[in-house]
Design a protein around this ligand. Structure first.
Ligand code: F0G
Length: 449
């Protein structure tokens, strides 16, 4: 890591502390010698603590003003901060970093689609089918697949790579089921750093693998699952002095909080009754939960939504623990068609557990068949998503059927990844793919005319 940091960067790091989520020990944002710290001495993961901004009352207005600024090009040069980024727009609550270090595409600004049977406009009959399938009148889907590399990971990655740039890191690494690696590869390339990604061989879709290769990351497929890759990358980063960019890195979680801030802004700062999302390594549950907690503490919103984290039934350690009142925690051997959430031993377990408990939330599981059925509904509506994202809708439908979620409650579901991330799972079976001779007669026949 670089020795001579600019004084403004040092000031930024001085405002930050890292608190262990297990034993509450407090560490400085950056250790002496600029060696990054990802875990407490007790082994627990760390949470960024940033002094609350002064004048919290003006934050809503500030964020709204920034959101109304037309995008400028280039997005961030010199000291000009990228207000148009759906992450850095909220920088007072994320990382107040000097502008020249920010590595941004920009990201965020993803659609929030009204798809409930009552809140869906007349011109969107296709989207309305999602509300009917869910059994909800007021449902919104936040489509994080609209980020630059096609998943929500870009929101954490812009902050993680910015931190790496602040530290003068030459190389960054992660373990991934495919989306974090695609995002890391892209942002590392932008920042001129070496990207190194560890993937579970045979368990990453072709599209995601292609992204990390195309963006030029050193792509290492290991003979093991995601959990093994995660253990390995932590050891590699600690021993080889490479900057770690999994959600074990607390700054990445800070960036992912912006999903929560942005959707609140899109809802004019009215919190929904429920927030539903797919759950694998549990970074996103932790991050969006933290965003709502902070928004509530700063009186940006009047109540916390209830959180529902949805796991694939074959990769459900969080669900199993929830069923036992969180009195036990056991890894599982993960198995699901939704490879993005094929994770048996989630890193952010404790952070996410806090979110479920404090929001009076819950954890649900859905089968692969339920995930694929929900994916077909989302795809056919014209929105489309990758399989893991469809766990959100499958979970909502199940919770409505069980009477836990009421038809008239307002619900926001997060779609985490783009349809093009996985072009094989669930599509060939459902699509109408006809091959005919190039004649009007043949077309008439297949169209039934
Ligand atoms: N949805 C998608 C599309 C994902 O890629 C992931 C995680 C999740 C949901 C689960 O989010 O881990 O924060 O609970 N993908 C990681 C990766 C593990 O490596 O791309 P989580």
């Amino acid at each position: 890591m670089k020795d001579a940091l600019m004084s403004s960067a040092i000031e930024t790091l001085r405002t930050i502390s890292l608190r262990c989520v297990e034993c509450s020990t407090l560490y400085p944002g950056m250790e002496a010698g600029w060696k990054p710290r990802y875990r407490c001495d007790c082994g627990g993961v760390l949470d960024v603590e940033l002094a609350p901004p002064t004048g919290a009352k003006g934050l809503r207005q500030l964020f709204d003003e920034r959101a109304s600024v037309p995008p400028t090009w280039p997005v961030n040069t010199g000291n000009i901060l990228p207000d148009h980024s759906g992450v850095w727009r909220y920088r007072e609550l994320i990382l107040p970093v000097p502008g020249q270090y920010i590595v941004s595409r920009p990201e965020g600004n993803t659609g929030l689609y009204p798809v409930g049977t009552e809140n869906c406009g007349a011109g969107r009959i296709g989207h309305r089918h999602i509300g009917s399938y869910a059994g909800l009148d007021h449902l919104f889907l936040k489509h994080e697949g609209e980020n630059p590399t096609g998943s929500f990971k870009d929101r954490g990655m812009t902050v993680g790579v910015t931190m790496a740039s602040l530290l003068g890191a030459q190389a960054v690494a992660c373990a991934s089921t495919g989306n974090t690696s695609a995002s890391l590869a892209s942002y590392a390339a932008q920042a001129g750093m070496r990207g190194i990604v560890f993937l579970p061989a045979g368990n990453v879709t072709v599209g995601k693998l292609a992204q990390s290769l195309a963006y030029g990351a050193t792509t290492i497929q290991i003979d093991g699952d995601f959990d093994a890759a995660m253990q390995l990358v932590e050891q590699v980063c600690n021993e080889l002095g490479i900057y770690l960019l999994n959600s074990l890195n607390p700054y990445r979680v800070e960036g992912q909080k912006s999903i929560g801030f942005e959707l609140l802004q899109q809802l004019n700062w009215q919190a929904p009754d429920w927030l539903v999302l797919p759950a694998g390594n549990l970074g996103n549950t932790s991050a969006i939960g933290k965003a709502f907690r902070q928004a509530y503490q700063l009186s940006l919103i009047s109540h916390m939504p209830r959180f529902a984290s949805i796991q694939a039934a074959g990769a459900n350690p969080f669900y199993r623990s929830f069923q036992q009142g969180f009195t036990m925690r056991e890894p599982v051997q993960a198995q699901t068609v939704a490879t993005a959430i094929k994770i048996g031993d989630p890193v952010s377990f404790t952070r996410a557990r806090r979110v479920i408990e404090e929001s009076n939330g819950l954890v649900e599981e859905v089968t692969d068949a339920e995930i694929l059925a929900a994916k077909t509904i989302i795809d056919r509506s014209g929105l489309g998503c990758e399989p893991a994202s469809a766990a959100t809708l499958a979970g909502i439908r199940k919770l409505v059927e069980r009477g836990v979620m009421k038809r008239d409650e307002s619900v926001v579901g997060v779609l985490t990844g783009n349809l093009l991330k996985d072009t094989l799972t669930g599509i060939p079976q459902t699509g109408e793919n006809l091959v005919v001779t190039a004649s009007i007669e043949a077309v008439r026949r297949v169209l039934g005319q």
